[in-house]
Design a protein around this ligand. Structure first.
Ligand SMILES: *[C@@H]1O[C@H](CO)[C@@H](O)[C@H](O)[C@H]1NC(C)=O
Ligand SMILES: *[C@@H]1O[C@H](CO)[C@@H](O)[C@H](O)[C@H]1NC(C)=O
Ligand SMILES: *[C@@H]1O[C@H](CO)[C@@H](O)[C@H](O)[C@H]1NC(C)=O
Ligand SMILES: *[C@@H]1O[C@H](CO)[C@@H](O)[C@H](O)[C@H]1NC(C)=O
Ligand SMILES: *[C@@H]1O[C@H](CO)[C@@H](O)[C@H](O)[C@H]1NC(C)=O
Length: 436
């Protein structure tokens, strides 16, 4: 028996030294690992951790902590823990520490389990689970805010030295179906360790808060952390359920369009240049899409580039119209949204009329939009699609309130509220304005 053991031990040691113990273990006809562990059984019996607690440490943030079981034998073994968070789908972690912070929406309650494992040997034997639960906060069904959406936008400003950019946040939601008319909602956001309450609200017809605007936040313009947003409510007639949501910044960041787009024609060479959008992301972080429309019917050229200029040779000496949009490239952040298109700029001319050239240049710029529009009117409603209006920096609450429109439901007894959020489809007349 003893020589056989030694051989097995040796074999296992070699497999370990190979650096591929797993492959070695599971490929042979004779499963060496199973045999090894059969002869050297799980001599330590693992006991579950004790005093497992879930503590709310912030908006949509908890601290999970536990203690090693005091009865646990620890001589010669390195203990670890297998933490499973139910969110409600399982999220698993293997840790050496006895605690972990976790971010999750907490309005439906929160639960997690933990068990002791052997750190050196994974997959490893484990103790039984211990669980802890955070109850869902009280409140009547249907009273919480619904359809919460948020967008961020970066503007120049803030403190020029420490922080040249400031990030604004705009959120909108709807009152829950069952929320009494005296309900009032309050919005908070947390970014990192900082939490702020909203001070500028937009309201619905019942004067319930349903939109919020933070002109400046503690959100890092290049940040990767999640943004936690919570809406609380109060009413004399019902307990209002809170609502939390975590947003990934790259998914809600409304990137500014590229600035100072210029287009020039030299013979048949068309060169376009622009500046990176107003953003904390530096120049190398951008993908651009350039669209060139020609007066010749249906001429459209689309190019992607990471540079902030673009040259092309066009076939006709004619009038061209150029728009550019930007997105933060995946080298600097996870793929997000495209910005709106820049204001269209025009270049080129119809015929050689040297004496009016100086006049034509500013003129083409404004005619450009008109011409692209008229071109697209013939083919459908491309105009608004091609040039969703550039979202201007909105600085006062009046604008925000104005964006909350309510439509009375035509058919039913109940009034249905439709919140149209100022993001894309507003002000389709922007282009017409440009023409005059
Ligand atoms: C667990 O909690 C109890 C009660 O709070 C305390 O007396 C005990 O010392 C704790 N156990 C450990 C291992 O910290
Ligand atoms: C609003 O939320 C309700 C329930 O949460 C959902 O059924 C509906 O699709 C949402 N509407 C929009 C426009 O997102
Ligand atoms: C556009 O150019 C002007 C003057 O050159 C400059 O002050 C401004 O910051 C530029 N805008 C952008 C968005 O880069
Ligand atoms: C440019 O990029 C967009 C979005 O990533 C893509 O859909 C499109 O096909 C690209 N166009 C060209 C000409 O590569
Ligand atoms: C584009 O053309 C301009 C002159 O029109 C030239 O100075 C510049 O170097 C060209 N850029 C590229 C990338 O070819």
């Amino acid at each position: 028996m003893a020589p056989a053991l030694l051989i097995l031990l040796g074999a296992a040691a070699i497999l370990q030294a190979d650096g591929t113990p797993d492959d070695g273990c599971h490929s042979g006809p004779l499963n060496l690992c199973d045999l090894f562990f059969f002869f050297f059984p799980r001599s330590v019996s693992l006991l579950p951790p004790v005093n497992f607690t879930i503590k709310v440490t912030g908006l949509a943030q908890v601290l999970l902590s536990w203690k090693p079981n005091p009865e646990q034998e620890r001589k010669g073994v390195q203990l670890g823990y297998h933490l499973r968070v139910h969110t409600p789908q399982d999220d698993d972690f293997e840790l050496k520490h006895t605690g972990r912070r976790y971010e999750a929406a907490l309005h439906r309650g929160f639960s997690a389990s933990v068990r002791t494992i052997l750190w050196e040997r994974r997959p490893s034997p484990a103790s039984r689970w211990v669980s802890a639960e955070l109850r869902a906060p009280p409140g009547s069904p249907g009273t919480s805010a619904v359809n919460l959406t948020c967008v961020t936008n970066t503007a120049a400003g803030g403190h020029p030295e420490s922080r040249p950019y400031r990030v604004s946040l705009r959120c909108a939601w709807r009152a829950g179906e069952e929320a009494p008319s005296d309900t009032q909602y309050f919005l908070y956001y947390r970014y990192g360790s900082r939490t702020e309450a909203c001070r500028e609200y937009g309201q619905d017809a019942l004067r319930r808060n349903v939109a919020c605007w933070f002109p400046a936040t503690s959100i890092d313009g290049k940040g990767q952390d999640a943004l936690a947003v919570g809406v609380r409510g109060s009413s004399l007639r019902a307990a209002i359920r809170p609502y939390d949501r975590l947003f990934a910044l790259h998914e809600i960041d409304q990137v500014n369009p590229p600035g100072n787009v210029t287009a020039e024609m030299e013979g048949t060479r068309l060169s376009v240049r622009w500046e990176k959008p107003v953003s904390a992301f530096p120049g190398h972080c951008w993908d651009y899409e350039v669209k060139i429309y020609g007066r010749r019917r249906g001429y459209v050229q689309i190019e992607n580039t990471t540079a902030n200029k673009f040259n092309t040779t066009v076939s006709d000496v004619s009038r061209y119209c150029v728009v550019v949009r930007a997105a933060v490239s995946s080298t600097c952040r996870r793929q997000g949204l495209w910005s709106a298109w820049s204001q269209p700029v025009g270049t080129g001319q119809d015929e050689q009329k040297p004496w009016t050239e100086w006049l034509l240049i500013p003129l083409t710029a404004s005619l450009c939009a008109a011409f692209v529009c008229s071109l697209s009117r013939r083919t459908g409603h491309m105009c608004t699609k091609l040039f969703p209006p550039v979202p201007g920096p909105k600085s006062d609450i009046g604008d925000l309130v104005a964006t909350v429109n309510y439509e009375k439901g035509g058919s039913g007894e109940t009034e249905s509220e439709v919140l149209s959020y100022v993001a894309v489809d507003e002000e389709p007349e922007v282009l017409e304005d440009l023409v005059f």
